[in-house]
Structures are given as C-alpha cells and as structure tokens.
Design a binder for this molecule. Structure first.
Ligand code: MG
Length: 227
C-alpha cells in the first residue's frame, strides 16, 4: 500500500485516492490549446500510481511520449462530505510537491476519440509525491514558487498564486461529489512549461517552503533488462 511520510516526523499516512485537476493555470490551458474551464476539470489516479522521492517513473510499453506536470499536492487529514468553503482548510493535513506524469500520446488519442484518460494519467508510477509538510508550516498555499528541473535545466517555473481554482474551493467542490477521506491526495494542476522526458532523465520538483521531489525516468524495457 502506498504511503506518504511527514517531513517533521516518522508519521506516515496510507494513501487513498488521488483527485486531480486539469487546466488550473491559465497559461497551461493556453499551451494545450484548451479553454480555461468554468468548473474544475477532474480526473482520478489510483493509489497504486503513487511513488516517493528517490523512485523511478516507468514508461509503459504502450506509450512513446511521457510528459512532466509539476503540481502542488494537498493531503486530506479527515473524512468530509459537502465541506463548506469556509471550513475547507480544517480538512487539510499538509502539502507536498508532486508530478502528474502523463502519457501525452495516449491522452491525445483518448481526447480525439472521447475516451477516458485513465491509462494516460493513472498508470503505475504516474504520481510521484514528496514528503508531506504539515499545514501549520504553510500559512498560505497560494503564494508558493513551484518549479521543475530536468537534468538540472529549468523546465517549469511559476507560482501557486496563478491557480484558477483555490485550495478551499477545490476541497468544497470535490467533496460535493466524492467523500474525502484521510490519506486522499489532491493534485491541484500544473502551470505552463510541460514537456517530454525520456528514459535516463532525472527530474527535480520544488515547492517553496514545502519540499523537493527527485525521481528518475526508465522505460519498461530497460526495467526488464535490469531484472
Ligand atoms: Mg496535471
């Protein structure tokens, strides 16, 4: 079972579902030639997609195009349904930096055919997440620098200030549809600058005052050779 650990202790939490937002930064919607949505675009990754820092993202054989999307991740601390926006932060346990790894070729095909994104977004290792920073050390999640380097070169650099839908709204909105449970993760969307990574690349994602996440990339064929 996937777990996330807190930075300040040995505390860990079993991960539940990962609820993910698409197009939550205007500049990313623009680079994808997509409209800025009136309500959140939501998809789910299974808990089996989650890996920790120091792990490797494995490109499955059915894809030739793996993209990085750096995102702020919110860890839910207690169960809630129909959570009012004013109480939303009571349900937050902490924050992390994560990567919404995406099989862009598989997603593009699914979009074209009107099919779900489950494979493109939910494959094993598609949800790397850093250690969790307790929320008491993150007074304002909407003013944090968010960045990603690949092989030491800056690829994405923005601020959570540019999020269209804010954390309190997202929690209230999602909880009107899904029961939120302790251990659920919310991926809050990526800023502009998404792009391709290849087997052998090393990614370093950072969220100011929250954490750093380091993961490599492997193709499934290279995994077999290692075994
Ligand atoms: Mg994303």
């Amino acid at each position: 079972m996937a777990k996330v650990t807190f930075t300040d202790s040995q505390r860990f939490v079993n991960v539940g579902k990962c609820l993910c937002l698409g197009r939550n930064y205007p500049a990313h919607a623009k680079e994808m030639n997509a409209e800025v949505p009136d309500s959140p675009v939501v998809f789910i990754k299974p808990s089996t997609a989650v890996i920790g820092s120091g792990s490797r993202v494995i490109i499955p054989p059915l894809s030739r195009e793996l993209h990085h999307e750096v995102e702020m991740v919110v860890l839910i601390g207690k169960e809630g349904k129909h959570i009012p926006r004013a109480e939303a932060f009571d349900y937050v346990a902490g924050y992390a930096v994560g990567l919404d790894m995406t099989l862009r070729d598989v997603q593009a095909e699914a979009k074209k055919k009107g099919l779900p994104w489950s494979i493109a977004k939910g494959f094993d290792t598609s949800a790397p997440v850093s250690a969790i920073m307790d929320k008491r050390f993150v007074p304002d999640p909407h003013s944090l620098k968010l960045s990603l380097k690949v092989n030491g070169v800056l690829r994405q650099c923005s601020s959570t200030a540019h999020m269209i839908f804010r954390v309190d709204f997202i929690i209230s909105y999602l909880s009107s549809i899904f029961t939120l449970e302790a251990g659920d993760l919310i991926f809050t969307g990526t800023p502009e600058g998404v792009g391709e990574v290849f087997a052998g690349d090393e990614m370093e994602a950072s969220l100011e005052n929250v954490g750093v996440l380091r993961v490599g990339v492997e193709s499934s064929s290279s995994t077999v050779q290692h075994e």
